[in-house]
Design a protein around this ligand. Sequence first.
Ligand code: AHG
Ligand code: MN
Ligand code: MN
Length: 355
Amino acid sequence: MQHPEASSINEHSLDRDCTTLSRHVLQQLSSFNAEAQDISAIMNRIALAAKLISRRLSKAGLMAGALGFTGETNVQGESVKKMDVYANEVFISVFKQSGLVCRLASEEMDKPYYIPENCPIGRYTLLYDPIDGSSNVDINLNVGSIFSLRQQQGEDLEGEAKDLLQPGDQQIAAGYILYGPSTVLVYSLGKGVHSFILDPSLGEFILAEENIQIPQHGPVYSVNEGNYWQWDESIREYIRYVHRHEGYTARYSGALVGDFHRILLQGGVFLYPGTVQKPQGKLRLIYESAPLAFLAEQAGGKASTGNQRLLDVVPDKLHARTPLVIGSTKDVELVESFIQDWTRRQLETESLIVT
Ligand code: AHG
Ligand code: MN
Ligand code: MN
């Protein structure tokens, strides 16, 4: 007979192995009602998209036509990679004939994409960045996908998605997939942040960590310092502060998902401030910054534009950008304090000039 302790360890690891993403969603919603079933099914389709993208990424260097640019430019004015197109189409394909998601909007599509057969019953919109950190794709470094789920309001007859021009607080679910040494899916339904790792032998995302909490402070600052002379003086002052003080270290991978994941687990701050060329920064609000802001807050951290809580920002268009400061509460607040201090000094100088 097996030792009772050994048997309880087996039970524990078996229970963990059986905690798949779709089961976890139902546990989170504490219900088997139709809405819970729908959200569980949506997360399951997102997991399928993640597996398809992960599979292609793992073999891309061996496949003809998987890497490199398409020669096209997207609505952001950025060169499109073949992997961006593939991943964008994967998210559309997994939701076809699902009866779940009526409309998708992504970084790679000028306008929202409708799946009309789903619309009579599926009143959700999925917003996503199919490949985040595309510049890493061709050199086999980490990339990600970001997603956000919202309730669709009204008919959107003009296809301009005006109902999406709402603050990030309206998100029902948000998360990302990080394609790194392992494929990790992190999500929140507004009840904490949880991570799952793809077990390739099972083809399932298995629970790795529940209720992740961002440390209140961490050593990492993550920013593209190549933009130093394009930032406002307040950001330059903050960077000079971390240079002069012990305990800070820079980490920047070129993929927001990877940089954010490090901060989620170990603390610190990621920032993409406005620059001379891009006064609103580079990151898009509704399918990059807002989903990560939702996760940051759910994990006890903070996300802001530097001046305003990020989840309060109302976008003026589908592909709107905002400056982003995100991560550990104390580190985000430190960046904000530099911005506020500088703004106050500017106002004082201006009032002196006027008087
Ligand atoms: P995407 O590949 O979806 O366009 O996003 C790239 C983003 C983000 O992942 C990253 O943090 C940032 O762009 C890097 O931009 P810089 O090269 O300007 O630092
Ligand atoms: Mn991106
Ligand atoms: Mn992208």
